[in-house]
Design a protein. Structure first.
Lengths: 291, 363
């Protein structure tokens, strides 16, 4: 691959370009940095004008995420945020895993065993993502109500799976399309059954694609607010919903607390992206860097 | 004894007929080349034999078994793909071991065979590497290794040299001949390159638009091409095919600048009416300046272009609007320059005549 870079005349940028890239990166990263800084500020520091960049950090906000008193002077009580974090992780992870499992199989099918009107099917699958969620939310809410799916884990997981599926199918199909059919034929000649051609030859070649699809799906699901607001109950509430509810209050918004929730909320996304970064980098370039 | 018998093979892809009734018989242990231009159906034929394509009609038998409807797995055939088709996610070792693992051989035996094949193909040093880190020649040898490791009787090779550079092609041709001798496998080798076919094959089948048009030894095809297509395909530079008509009461072939008679085709021409349109064929190697030529037809032509190839030079000659090629050893060609007039002669025994209507050779 290194040879390929040289052949195409791609060179490492000089300090000028690197510096420019750094400035742009900081501009993009600044809001995130601001949130993280605010999470470590006291209420007064958080509201100070001009904004403070040097201050005594405190972790009181992080403690308050999980235990705080709702009325001044009363005993601090459990806020339930541990559960909400668990809910977010559980719901996102399971729906992405399910969508990825079904989506990968479907994508392989669409890619390798096309039906008559294959593209039509793919288009129909995509149309399920064309309506803005707000348009379908009332029918979905009613359907889930009648079916007894609202309020529990099953309902919201089902919905998120359905949301991730078209995206997983399309993305994984593009990765399968890029593989050489000869390699799979070679496996057939070498004695592999169709199942093993898929599991031993095709699937290992799209690991980068799986990682990229998983991360995109996770972020999408992790941040979803609207359906979570309507379809989760008290025990199955996810972090974005709980966060929104924290904004309300009689003594103004507690920015430090919100920032602390937000900071904790970022951690899983960063961890997953970090763990998968090698695969991800290959995945998100969508094969523009040739083997 | 035949090891592979294809009869009446027909394969359609939508409206396109890739194979239009191919009959082929390959002997046990034979090195058989399927020669044809791209699009002739070579790959489809090999894929059908491997079981990767299902025939619309016809049968395939190998090793005494009817394979026509047998699934691809378990046909016991090795195949080398034009793109090599190595498993990119596996090391060379695991690529070689793959067919054996799928056959559930015991691990000790797998190790032993991988070792043997790696030694046979001199790729022992690459076993722990991934295919992408290998040179083209090494990848090629891994592909060969993976195809022969199961010791199947029949090996299919689909243009295996197309993706290699010129030097490697030569080396690998030698390698294939060595492997064929050492492994005693039946080899069915598809190529668009007449040189590969002539140098390696024991017999060649020429495939044209989904049909086998001629089968024979390299010598047969070179000396007695069955039609003008084979004549133009086999031999380099290609045979000169000049438009001519049957003249002189059906005995002589009239070129615009010369009348030739008494060739090996003379008797057979008697069956055709005068005025029949013909191709007159002569190989560039069979033309020579008359100072050296024996008795026979001769004419004067003008040098139009010279192409020195090192040991020989190809001269493009023109005579009255007709352009053709002559090959001369370098030392004899140096004296001719563009614009010079050359007296050219040839032996009638080396000439070919084809019907312009059907392309069939007349002899």
């Amino acid at each position: 691959m290194a040879k390929g870079y040289r052949a195409r005349g791609v060179r490492q940028g000089g300090w000028g370009r690197t510096g420019l890239a750094a400035v742009v990166s900081v501009a993009y990263f600044f809001p995130v940095l601001w949130i993280i800084l605010t999470a470590f500020k006291t209420h007064n520091d958080a509201l100070a004008t001009p904004p403070k960049f040097l201050f005594h950090p405190t972790i009181e906000n992080f403690i308050a995420v999980f235990r705080r008193s709702y009325i001044k002077g009363f005993e601090a009580v459990d806020t339930g945020f541990a559960l909400f974090f668990f809910n977010s992780i559980f719901v996102s992870a399971s729906s992405v895993v399910i969508a990825l499992a079904i989506g990968t199989l479907a994508a392989y099918g669409f890619s390798r065993f096309p039906l008559r009107g294959n593209d039509t099917y793919l288009f129909i699958i995509l149309t399920t993502r064309m309506l803005p969620p707000i348009v379908v939310i009332i029918p979905i809410f009613l359907m889930f109500r009648v079916a007894g799916l609202s309020g529990g884990y099953a309902g919201v997981m089902l919905l998120y799976t359905a949301f991730n599926l078209p995206f997983a199918i399309w993305m994984m199909k593009s990765f399968f399309d890029e593989l050489s059919g000869d390699v799979e034929d070679a496996a057939r000649v070498d004695g592999s059954s169709e199942t093993r051609v898929f599991s031993r030859v095709a699937l290992p070649q799209v690991r980068a694609g799986l990682a990229a699809t998983a991360v995109f799906g996770l972020i999408l699901t992790w941040n979803e607010f609207l359906f979570a607001l309507l379809l989760t109950g008290v025990g199955t509430r996810t972090v974005p919903v709980a966060m929104a509810q924290t904004i309300g209050g009689d003594i103004g918004v507690r920015w430090g607390l919100l920032a602390a929730i937000e900071t904790l909320f970022l951690v899983p996304v960063i961890v997953v992206s970090f763990l998968l970064q090698h695969q991800l980098l290959r995945g998100v370039t969508f094969g523009t860097i040739k083997r | 004894m035949s090891d592979l018998l294809v009869s009446g093979a027909v394969k359609r892809f939508g409206d396109v007929e890739a194979l239009r009734g191919v009959d082929l018989e390959v002997g046990a242990g034979e090195f058989f080349c399927v020669l044809g231009p791209s699009g002739a159906g070579k790959t489809t034929l090999l894929r059908a034999v491997a079981g990767l394509e299902r025939l619309d009609a016809g049968t395939i038998r190998s090793g005494g078994r009817d394979l026509t409807h047998a699934p691809v797995q378990g046909r016991g055939i090795g195949m080398i793909f034009q793109t090599f088709a190595l498993y990119p996610h596996l090391t060379v070792h695991d690529n070689l071991a793959y067919p054996l693992r799928e056959a559930r051989l015991d691990p000790a035996q797998i190790e032993r065979r991988v070792g043997e094949v790696a030694e046979l193909l001199r790729i022992g040093h690459t076993l722990r590497r991934r295919p992408a880190t290998l040179s083209g020649g090494e990848q090629q040898r891994v592909a060969i290794g993976r195809a022969i490791i199961r010791r199947s009787k029949l090996l299919l090779l689909d243009e295996p040299l197309t993706n290699l550079d010129a030097k490697l092609r030569h080396d690998t041709r030698v390698e294939f001949k060595r492997l064929h001798r050492e492994l005693r496998m039946t080899m069915l080798y598809a190529t668009p390159d007449q040189l590969e076919a002539l140098t390696m094959a024991e017999r060649i089948g020429v495939l044209r638009e989904g049909r086998i048009v001629q089968v024979g030894t390299p010598r047969d095809l070179y000396q007695a091409p069955g039609d003008s297509f084979v004549a133009a395909l086999v031999g380099a530079p290609r045979m000169n095919l000049l438009p001519a008509v049957l003249a002189n009461g059906g005995r002589a072939v009239a070129l615009p600048f010369l009348e030739v008679d008494g060739g090996p085709w003379a008797t057979a021409l008697g069956r055709f009416p005068a005025g029949t349109e013909l191709w007159f064929g002569i190989r560039p190697h069979d033309l020579a300046p008359t100072v050296d030529a024996q008795a026979g037809p001769r004419f004067r032509a003008t040098v139009h272009l010279t192409e020195p190839l090192g040991d020989v030079t190809v001269l493009d000659l023109t005579v009255g609007g007709t352009v053709f090629k002559m090959v001369l050893p370098e030392e004899r060609a140096v004296r001719y320059r563009v614009g010079d007039e050359v007296p050219v002669g040839f032996a009638v025994a080396n000439t070919h005549v084809f019907s312009r209507q059907t392309g069939t050779a007349i002899r």
